[in-house]
Structure formats: C-alpha cells, structure tokens
Ligand binder design. Structure first.
Ligand SMILES: [Zn+2]
Length: 288
C-alpha cells in the first residue's frame, strides 16, 4: 500500500490527551478481566455513551495541539493524516453526488487517556467515534495490539480500522446512527437491541470497504493489502472474540457481527465501491 500517495487532511488530525491514567468514574469494569472484556466489547464501538459508561462528563476543555504538516512530524502522524484526508475526499464526493455536504470529522490521536464530549476515553476501549463532538479517537498503541493479537496488522489493516470509525461518522451525518439509537431504545429484548447495533457495525465495515475501493488505484493496493484487512475483520468478529474469551459463542449477544459477516460486508463495499450496496438494515437479520 502506497499510503503516501493519499491526500493530506489539511489539519484534521489533532493530538489530545496527556497519556495519563484513566480518569475516575469510568465504568469499563475493574481488574484485568474487566479490562479485557471491555476491550472486546467496545473497540470499534459505536456508542460511546455505552462505551464510556453513560457517564456524560462536561465537554472537554483541553485544546489539542494541531500539527498540520509540522516539521519533524512522525510517520505515524502523516499516516493518520493521509488516511483521514483520503476518507474526506471519498465521502465528500459521495455526499456531493447526493446533493449533500459532508462535514469532515476530526481525528484525535492520543496515548493513554483523553477527554471527549462523550466522557473520558481510554486506550482500553480501543478506537471509537464520539457523535457529540464528531471526533474519532485513536490510541495508536492499538496498532501494536493488532500486530500481536488481532490478525497481524499491516498498513491497510490499520486503515480499515480508521475507515470503519469514519463510517460511523458518515452514519451520524446521515442520521442513521440516531435511527438506530431510537430503534434500540424501543427494542423489546436485549438481543433485538444488539441486532440493530450489529447492522450498524456491519454497515461501517461496508463503508470502510467503499473507501478502500475508491483509493485502491491511488494507493496501489495489492492482494496482500486486502488480505491484511480481511484478517483484521475476521479477528474482530464477535464469534471469534467470544470463543477466545469465554470458550463459547452466544449470537444473541453479538454487538458487531461474526467474523464471516464482517469480512463479507467489508468485501461488499470493497468490491462495489458503492455505499448503496451497504444497506444492512433491509435484509432479514439471519441473512446478513
Ligand atoms: Zn464500529
């Protein structure tokens, strides 16, 4: 993947957080066991009010430093900036064709802990999107975890993670996230509420695939790159994670979809490049 061919975001990546210890009152479970469960349940999460324990802290008052194109920027910063920049171009184009305007999200790169409009975020929750401030929060140490545990990593795999979170921003812009939240509130059972969340997550995977399709030529994507993203999507399927953490699979408790579903929806977007193919809401749930 030649990610250096991709366009810059023009200041969309900010640095936030001081790398301090997680703030108090964060309901992500105690002890190491709780931490692992929280991580499994929440990374790639869509609802930070759940992710962050519904503990709505006042909006963050810190001023993250922007470093657009600053001399001496790290390779990691440039990578985040170009992936974000390319998602901005892809989604601005898609929205424009539909007669709409795309509001670009901010990506906050942090280490350890970060204040957000959705409460205090920590590395333990993995990458997440906060719809209240339209920001994607990435502790890039997550990339190291992907290398070790979650399918092997790779630059296109990291890009998929970012593009998935951008997908949640797109859903927020389109009002899909709100509709899902309302549907979840009206759900009769937890399993039904979970099913809406799974549809939302699979759509974000599909949107990530759409982005991949549209940058494939510019970034000279190879089969190996695609395999990286597929490996990640498979590694973070609910069934795979549940099998690893609890030794059994409970489909009703799925929040993000099975490995097969995540791979399939990513590839649906990647092969078509068409967000209209990402309608995960009109199909029968058991046929997703
Ligand atoms: Zn997600």
């Amino acid at each position: 993947m030649d990610w250096r061919n991709l366009p810059r975001s023009g200041g969309g990546v900010q640095r936030g957080g001081g790398g301090g210890l997680p703030g108090g009152g964060l309901a992500v479970g105690g002890g190491i066991g709780g931490l692992i469960i929280a991580l499994i349940a929440m990374f790639f999460g869509v609802d930070p009010s759940v992710v962050l324990g519904g503990n709505q802290a006042p909006p963050a008052q810190t001023q993250p430093q922007t470093q657009p194109g600053a001399a001496g920027e790290t390779e990691e910063y440039e990578f985040l900036d170009r992936i974000l920049g390319s998602t901005n171009e892809v989604w601005s184009g898609v929205f424009q064709q539909a007669g709409r305007t795309y509001t670009k999200p901010v990506l906050v790169s942090y280490r350890g802990s970060v204040p957000t409009a959705c409460g205090q975020g920590t590395s333990a929750v993995g990458p997440f999107y906060c719809p209240l401030d339209n920001k994607i929060y990435m502790d890039t140490a997550f990339f190291n975890q992907m290398d070790r545990q979650l399918g092997g990593g790779g630059d296109f795999a990291y890009s998929y993670v970012i593009a998935h979170e951008v997908g949640h921003h797109v859903q927020n812009e389109l009002g899909i996230a709100d509709q899902v939240t309302r549907a979840q509130q009206g759900a009769r059972t937890q399993a039904e509420a979970n099913s809406y969340g799974v549809r939302l997550e699979l759509q974000a995977d599909c949107f990530a695939g759409v982005w991949g399709n549209q940058v494939a030529d510019l970034a000279n994507l190879t089969q190996e790159d695609v395999r990286e993203a597929v490996n990640t999507a498979a590694a973070i399927g609910d069934d795979t994670l549940q099998r690893q953490s609890q030794g059994r699979v409970v489909p009703d408790s799925f929040t993000h979809g099975s490995s097969e579903q995540r791979v399939n929806w990513f590839m649906t977007g990647f092969k078509s490049g068409d967000p209209n193919k990402c309608d995960t809401f009109s199909q029968e749930y058991n046929q997703l």
